[in-house]
Design a protein around this ligand. Structure first.
Ligand SMILES: [Zn+2]
Length: 128
């Protein structure tokens, strides 16, 4: 990311808004994602190089663990309360888990990328 990338007018959006709405952390256009979970290479509105950021796999691991615990707790409550057949558990929890993880992963990745942009985070470099 160069200094020219940061030459926009107006205040940048909040990192959480970037995650929820898919906003570019520099200009606020809805251009952060090129797919459901894939970042765009570059913001077409302001030219910010989004590919230069690296959010890693941290959000995925944390969200799978958190949603796994929530869904298992809910499945136990449903089983003990209603005793539905096994296929109803599959029909209920597989789509719900998938949707919750994908949506929250999109929000977490967008938020983390915007936080990296705001704090000018980057890989470590040796001082000259
Ligand atoms: Zn932009």
């Amino acid at each position: 990311m160069s200094d020219a990338d940061r030459s926009t007018v107006g205040a940048p959006p909040r990192p959480i808004d970037c995650g929820i709405k898919g906003l570019c952390p520099q200009c606020g256009a809805r251009t952060l994602f090129a797919g459901v979970l894939r970042f765009a290479e570059r913001c077409p509105a302001c030219g910010l190089s989004i590919a230069g950021f690296n959010v890693g796999d941290g959000p995925a691991a944390l969200l799978v663990l958190a949603w796994g615990a929530i869904v298992v707790a809910l499945a136990i409550v449903v089983e003990l309360s209603f005793s539905p057949p096994w296929w109803l558990h599959v029909l209920l929890w597989v789509p719900l888990s998938t949707a919750a993880i994908v949506w929250s992963l999109r929000v977490a990745k967008g938020w983390l990328l915007a936080a990296e942009y705001r704090h000018e985070a980057g890989e470590g470099r040796l001082a000259p």
